[in-house]
Ligand binder design. Structure first.
Ligand code: C2E
Ligand code: MG
Ligand code: MG
Ligand code: MG
Length: 293
Protein backbone atom coordinates (compact mmCIF):
# COMPACT_ATOMS: atom_id res chain seq x y z
CA UNK A 1 0.00 0.00 0.00
CA UNK A 2 0.94 3.62 -0.25
CA UNK A 3 1.28 3.80 3.50
CA UNK A 4 3.70 0.90 3.56
CA UNK A 5 5.65 2.45 0.71
CA UNK A 6 5.77 5.69 2.65
CA UNK A 7 7.12 3.89 5.67
CA UNK A 8 9.72 2.09 3.62
CA UNK A 9 10.80 5.40 2.10
CA UNK A 10 11.11 6.95 5.53
CA UNK A 11 13.38 4.08 6.59
CA UNK A 12 15.49 4.57 3.50
CA UNK A 13 15.81 8.33 3.95
CA UNK A 14 16.51 8.29 7.67
CA UNK A 15 20.25 7.47 7.51
CA UNK A 16 20.75 9.95 4.69
CA UNK A 17 19.03 12.63 6.73
CA UNK A 18 21.24 11.95 9.72
CA UNK A 19 24.33 12.05 7.58
CA UNK A 20 23.07 15.38 6.22
CA UNK A 21 22.70 16.84 9.70
CA UNK A 22 26.15 15.70 10.73
CA UNK A 23 27.68 17.14 7.61
CA UNK A 24 25.86 20.41 8.30
CA UNK A 25 27.19 20.62 11.85
CA UNK A 26 30.67 19.79 10.67
CA UNK A 27 30.42 22.27 7.83
CA UNK A 28 29.34 25.04 10.23
CA UNK A 29 32.32 24.43 12.50
CA UNK A 30 34.67 24.28 9.53
CA UNK A 31 33.15 27.49 8.15
CA UNK A 32 33.99 29.30 11.39
CA UNK A 33 37.60 28.20 11.14
CA UNK A 34 37.75 29.02 7.44
CA UNK A 35 36.35 32.51 8.08
CA UNK A 36 38.81 33.11 10.93
CA UNK A 37 41.69 31.97 8.72
CA UNK A 38 40.43 33.63 5.53
CA UNK A 39 40.69 30.22 3.88
CA UNK A 40 38.36 31.07 0.98
CA UNK A 41 39.32 31.84 -2.61
CA UNK A 42 37.69 34.22 -5.01
CA UNK A 43 37.37 33.29 -8.67
CA UNK A 44 36.56 35.88 -11.30
CA UNK A 45 34.37 35.38 -14.35
CA UNK A 46 34.68 37.86 -17.24
CA UNK A 47 31.67 39.95 -18.33
CA UNK A 48 32.03 41.11 -21.92
CA UNK A 49 30.52 43.54 -24.40
CA UNK A 50 28.57 41.26 -26.77
CA UNK A 51 29.06 43.49 -29.77
CA UNK A 52 32.78 44.25 -29.51
CA UNK A 53 33.99 41.41 -27.28
CA UNK A 54 35.64 43.97 -24.97
CA UNK A 55 36.17 43.00 -21.34
CA UNK A 56 33.93 45.13 -19.10
CA UNK A 57 33.94 43.53 -15.64
CA UNK A 58 34.51 40.40 -13.61
CA UNK A 59 32.05 38.75 -11.24
CA UNK A 60 33.69 37.54 -8.02
CA UNK A 61 32.59 34.00 -7.13
CA UNK A 62 33.65 32.46 -3.84
CA UNK A 63 35.06 28.94 -3.43
CA UNK A 64 36.19 27.03 -0.40
CA UNK A 65 39.23 24.77 -0.79
CA UNK A 66 38.58 22.04 1.74
CA UNK A 67 41.03 19.35 2.94
CA UNK A 68 38.79 16.40 2.25
CA UNK A 69 35.98 17.75 0.08
CA UNK A 70 38.13 19.44 -2.55
CA UNK A 71 36.99 22.78 -3.96
CA UNK A 72 33.59 23.38 -2.37
CA UNK A 73 31.19 25.45 -4.51
CA UNK A 74 29.04 28.27 -3.03
CA UNK A 75 25.77 26.39 -3.55
CA UNK A 76 26.99 24.00 -0.84
CA UNK A 77 27.75 26.57 1.85
CA UNK A 78 26.23 30.01 1.14
CA UNK A 79 22.70 29.01 2.23
CA UNK A 80 24.15 27.43 5.36
CA UNK A 81 26.22 30.53 6.11
CA UNK A 82 23.07 32.64 5.63
CA UNK A 83 21.10 30.57 8.12
CA UNK A 84 23.83 30.75 10.74
CA UNK A 85 24.74 34.40 10.15
CA UNK A 86 28.29 33.40 9.15
CA UNK A 87 27.58 35.09 5.81
CA UNK A 88 28.13 38.47 7.51
CA UNK A 89 31.88 38.06 8.17
CA UNK A 90 32.31 35.88 5.06
CA UNK A 91 30.58 38.48 2.89
CA UNK A 92 32.69 41.28 4.38
CA UNK A 93 35.83 39.33 3.51
CA UNK A 94 34.57 38.81 -0.06
CA UNK A 95 33.91 42.54 -0.52
CA UNK A 96 37.32 43.56 0.84
CA UNK A 97 39.15 40.95 -1.23
CA UNK A 98 37.27 41.69 -4.45
CA UNK A 99 37.87 45.44 -4.10
CA UNK A 100 41.61 44.84 -3.49
CA UNK A 101 41.76 42.66 -6.60
CA UNK A 102 39.96 45.32 -8.64
CA UNK A 103 42.60 47.84 -7.52
CA UNK A 104 45.26 45.49 -8.92
CA UNK A 105 43.37 45.26 -12.26
CA UNK A 106 43.19 49.04 -12.37
CA UNK A 107 46.95 49.34 -11.88
CA UNK A 108 47.36 46.93 -14.81
CA UNK A 109 44.88 48.31 -17.25
CA UNK A 110 43.20 51.64 -16.48
CA UNK A 111 45.65 53.83 -18.43
CA UNK A 112 45.56 51.65 -21.52
CA UNK A 113 41.78 51.35 -21.30
CA UNK A 114 41.36 55.11 -20.98
CA UNK A 115 43.51 55.59 -24.08
CA UNK A 116 41.09 53.25 -25.88
CA UNK A 117 38.08 55.14 -24.52
CA UNK A 118 37.12 52.40 -22.06
CA UNK A 119 36.21 52.92 -18.39
CA UNK A 120 38.10 51.11 -15.59
CA UNK A 121 37.23 47.42 -15.12
CA UNK A 122 34.39 46.82 -12.73
CA UNK A 123 34.01 44.11 -10.15
CA UNK A 124 30.62 42.54 -9.43
CA UNK A 125 30.15 41.14 -5.92
CA UNK A 126 27.25 38.89 -4.80
CA UNK A 127 25.47 39.97 -1.64
CA UNK A 128 22.99 37.75 0.23
CA UNK A 129 19.79 39.00 1.84
CA UNK A 130 20.99 38.36 5.38
CA UNK A 131 24.24 40.17 4.68
CA UNK A 132 22.45 43.16 3.20
CA UNK A 133 20.08 43.37 6.17
CA UNK A 134 22.97 43.48 8.65
CA UNK A 135 23.19 46.94 10.21
CA UNK A 136 26.90 47.21 9.37
CA UNK A 137 26.59 46.43 5.66
CA UNK A 138 26.84 49.96 4.23
CA UNK A 139 29.93 50.58 6.38
CA UNK A 140 31.51 47.39 5.05
CA UNK A 141 31.00 48.73 1.52
CA UNK A 142 32.47 52.12 2.48
CA UNK A 143 35.41 50.35 4.12
CA UNK A 144 36.14 48.23 1.04
CA UNK A 145 36.10 51.34 -1.17
CA UNK A 146 38.34 53.27 1.20
CA UNK A 147 40.96 50.55 1.75
CA UNK A 148 41.19 49.62 -1.94
CA UNK A 149 40.93 53.15 -3.28
CA UNK A 150 38.81 52.03 -6.26
CA UNK A 151 36.23 54.49 -7.56
CA UNK A 152 32.71 53.61 -6.34
CA UNK A 153 31.52 53.24 -9.97
CA UNK A 154 33.86 50.23 -10.28
CA UNK A 155 31.95 48.26 -7.66
CA UNK A 156 28.65 46.59 -8.51
CA UNK A 157 26.65 44.81 -5.81
CA UNK A 158 24.59 41.88 -7.11
CA UNK A 159 21.40 41.47 -5.11
CA UNK A 160 18.64 38.94 -5.57
CA UNK A 161 15.00 39.83 -5.30
CA UNK A 162 14.89 38.32 -1.81
CA UNK A 163 16.57 41.56 -0.68
CA UNK A 164 14.18 43.84 -2.54
CA UNK A 165 11.01 41.92 -1.68
CA UNK A 166 11.19 43.13 1.88
CA UNK A 167 10.18 46.70 1.18
CA UNK A 168 10.90 48.02 4.66
CA UNK A 169 12.33 51.45 5.39
CA UNK A 170 15.81 50.11 6.06
CA UNK A 171 16.05 48.54 2.60
CA UNK A 172 14.97 51.82 0.99
CA UNK A 173 17.33 53.93 3.11
CA UNK A 174 20.31 51.62 2.51
CA UNK A 175 19.64 51.39 -1.22
CA UNK A 176 19.45 55.17 -1.35
CA UNK A 177 22.73 55.52 0.55
CA UNK A 178 24.47 53.02 -1.74
CA UNK A 179 23.12 54.82 -4.79
CA UNK A 180 24.47 58.11 -3.45
CA UNK A 181 27.84 56.50 -2.73
CA UNK A 182 27.97 55.79 -6.45
CA UNK A 183 28.27 52.00 -6.39
CA UNK A 184 26.29 50.07 -8.97
CA UNK A 185 23.40 47.84 -7.98
CA UNK A 186 22.45 44.80 -10.03
CA UNK A 187 19.45 42.52 -9.75
CA UNK A 188 20.83 38.98 -10.09
CA UNK A 189 18.94 36.02 -11.58
CA UNK A 190 16.32 38.40 -12.98
CA UNK A 191 13.19 36.65 -14.18
CA UNK A 192 13.24 33.88 -11.59
CA UNK A 193 11.30 33.91 -8.34
CA UNK A 194 9.25 37.01 -7.72
CA UNK A 195 11.44 39.56 -9.45
CA UNK A 196 9.34 42.41 -10.64
CA UNK A 197 9.90 45.30 -13.00
CA UNK A 198 8.67 47.67 -10.30
CA UNK A 199 12.02 47.25 -8.52
CA UNK A 200 13.54 49.22 -11.38
CA UNK A 201 11.34 52.16 -10.47
CA UNK A 202 11.62 51.84 -6.71
CA UNK A 203 15.36 51.37 -6.29
CA UNK A 204 18.51 52.84 -7.86
CA UNK A 205 19.15 49.76 -10.01
CA UNK A 206 21.89 50.12 -12.62
CA UNK A 207 22.19 46.55 -13.93
CA UNK A 208 19.81 43.69 -14.64
CA UNK A 209 21.20 40.17 -14.96
CA UNK A 210 18.89 37.94 -16.99
CA UNK A 211 18.93 34.45 -15.52
CA UNK A 212 20.57 31.62 -17.41
CA UNK A 213 17.28 29.71 -17.65
CA UNK A 214 16.02 32.34 -20.13
CA UNK A 215 19.24 32.27 -22.13
CA UNK A 216 19.08 28.45 -22.38
CA UNK A 217 15.75 28.69 -24.21
CA UNK A 218 16.69 31.53 -26.56
CA UNK A 219 17.09 29.64 -29.80
CA UNK A 220 14.40 27.13 -28.89
CA UNK A 221 11.23 29.15 -28.60
CA UNK A 222 9.83 32.42 -29.94
CA UNK A 223 8.29 33.15 -26.55
CA UNK A 224 11.63 32.92 -24.75
CA UNK A 225 13.23 35.11 -27.37
CA UNK A 226 10.43 37.70 -27.09
CA UNK A 227 10.71 37.71 -23.31
CA UNK A 228 14.46 38.38 -23.30
CA UNK A 229 14.08 40.98 -26.03
CA UNK A 230 11.28 42.68 -24.06
CA UNK A 231 13.34 42.83 -20.88
CA UNK A 232 16.25 44.24 -22.89
CA UNK A 233 14.04 46.96 -24.45
CA UNK A 234 12.53 48.01 -21.12
CA UNK A 235 15.94 48.11 -19.44
CA UNK A 236 17.34 50.18 -22.30
CA UNK A 237 14.50 52.69 -21.96
CA UNK A 238 15.12 52.99 -18.21
CA UNK A 239 18.87 53.36 -18.74
CA UNK A 240 19.61 50.09 -16.95
CA UNK A 241 22.39 47.85 -18.30
CA UNK A 242 21.59 44.23 -19.13
CA UNK A 243 23.89 41.25 -18.63
CA UNK A 244 22.84 37.89 -20.07
CA UNK A 245 23.98 35.08 -17.74
CA UNK A 246 25.18 31.61 -18.67
CA UNK A 247 25.93 32.04 -22.39
CA UNK A 248 27.39 28.73 -23.57
CA UNK A 249 26.85 28.71 -27.35
CA UNK A 250 27.86 31.15 -30.11
CA UNK A 251 24.25 31.12 -31.43
CA UNK A 252 23.03 32.47 -28.09
CA UNK A 253 25.59 35.27 -28.20
CA UNK A 254 24.62 36.13 -31.78
CA UNK A 255 20.89 36.26 -30.98
CA UNK A 256 21.55 38.44 -27.94
CA UNK A 257 23.86 40.80 -29.82
CA UNK A 258 21.30 41.08 -32.63
CA UNK A 259 18.50 42.05 -30.24
CA UNK A 260 20.75 44.69 -28.69
CA UNK A 261 21.55 43.03 -25.38
CA UNK A 262 24.78 44.87 -24.45
CA UNK A 263 26.64 42.52 -22.08
CA UNK A 264 27.07 38.82 -21.40
CA UNK A 265 28.82 36.27 -19.27
CA UNK A 266 29.20 32.51 -19.60
CA UNK A 267 31.40 29.53 -20.35
CA UNK A 268 31.47 30.55 -24.03
CA UNK A 269 33.75 33.44 -23.04
CA UNK A 270 35.43 32.06 -19.93
CA UNK A 271 34.86 29.96 -16.85
CA UNK A 272 35.49 31.58 -13.46
CA UNK A 273 39.26 32.22 -13.30
CA UNK A 274 41.77 32.32 -10.47
CA UNK A 275 43.08 35.79 -9.57
CA UNK A 276 46.27 35.01 -11.49
CA UNK A 277 44.40 33.79 -14.58
CA UNK A 278 42.16 36.86 -14.45
CA UNK A 279 45.22 39.11 -14.54
CA UNK A 280 46.58 37.29 -17.62
CA UNK A 281 43.13 37.54 -19.19
CA UNK A 282 43.24 41.32 -18.64
CA UNK A 283 46.71 41.59 -20.13
CA UNK A 284 45.66 39.57 -23.18
CA UNK A 285 42.52 41.66 -23.66
CA UNK A 286 44.10 45.09 -23.20
CA UNK A 287 45.73 46.85 -26.14
CA UNK A 288 49.13 47.99 -24.84
CA UNK A 289 49.90 51.71 -24.85
CA UNK A 290 52.13 53.00 -27.62
CA UNK A 291 55.74 53.17 -26.40
CA UNK A 292 56.22 56.57 -24.81
CA UNK A 293 52.48 57.30 -25.15
P1 C2E B 1 25.22 33.72 -9.55
O1 C2E B 1 25.60 34.96 -8.87
O2 C2E B 1 24.01 33.75 -10.41
O3 C2E B 1 26.51 33.30 -10.39
C1 C2E B 1 26.48 32.63 -11.61
C2 C2E B 1 26.79 31.16 -11.44
O4 C2E B 1 26.67 30.52 -12.73
C3 C2E B 1 28.19 30.84 -10.95
O5 C2E B 1 28.15 29.63 -10.21
C4 C2E B 1 28.95 30.64 -12.27
O6 C2E B 1 30.13 29.87 -12.12
C5 C2E B 1 27.90 29.91 -13.07
N1 C2E B 1 28.06 30.07 -14.52
C6 C2E B 1 28.62 31.10 -15.19
N2 C2E B 1 28.57 30.92 -16.52
C7 C2E B 1 27.96 29.73 -16.71
C8 C2E B 1 27.61 28.96 -17.89
O7 C2E B 1 27.84 29.35 -19.03
N3 C2E B 1 26.98 27.77 -17.67
C9 C2E B 1 26.70 27.30 -16.41
N4 C2E B 1 26.11 26.12 -16.31
N5 C2E B 1 27.02 28.00 -15.29
C10 C2E B 1 27.63 29.19 -15.45
P2 C2E B 1 28.87 29.48 -8.80
O8 C2E B 1 30.21 30.13 -8.81
O9 C2E B 1 28.81 28.04 -8.42
O10 C2E B 1 27.95 30.34 -7.84
C11 C2E B 1 26.62 29.96 -7.58
C12 C2E B 1 25.88 31.02 -6.81
O11 C2E B 1 26.44 31.19 -5.49
C13 C2E B 1 25.95 32.41 -7.43
O12 C2E B 1 25.02 32.53 -8.48
C14 C2E B 1 25.64 33.29 -6.24
O13 C2E B 1 24.25 33.36 -6.04
C15 C2E B 1 26.27 32.52 -5.10
N6 C2E B 1 27.58 33.12 -4.77
C16 C2E B 1 28.77 32.95 -5.36
N7 C2E B 1 29.73 33.68 -4.76
C17 C2E B 1 29.12 34.35 -3.75
C18 C2E B 1 29.57 35.29 -2.76
O14 C2E B 1 30.75 35.69 -2.70
N8 C2E B 1 28.64 35.75 -1.87
C19 C2E B 1 27.33 35.37 -1.94
N9 C2E B 1 26.47 35.88 -1.04
N10 C2E B 1 26.87 34.50 -2.85
C20 C2E B 1 27.75 34.00 -3.76
MG1 MG C 1 25.80 36.86 -9.29
MG1 MG D 1 22.99 35.03 -11.41
MG1 MG E 1 22.36 32.27 -9.54
Amino acid sequence: SAKAAGKRQWCLYQPALQAGLMARHELNENLDTAIAESAFRLYYQPIVDLRTGELVAFEALVRWPHDRRGMVLPDEFIALAEESGQIVPLGAWVLERAAQEAAAWHALSTRARAAAGLPPLRVNVNVSARQFRDAGFVDVVRGALRSSGIPPESLVLELTESVLMRRDDRVHTDMGTLGELGVGIAIDDFGTGYSSLSYLREFPISVLKIDKSFIDGLGLSRQQYALVEGITRIAETLDVQVIAEGIEHPEQRDLLAAMGCPLGQGYLFAHPLTAEQAQSFITQHTTPLEPGG
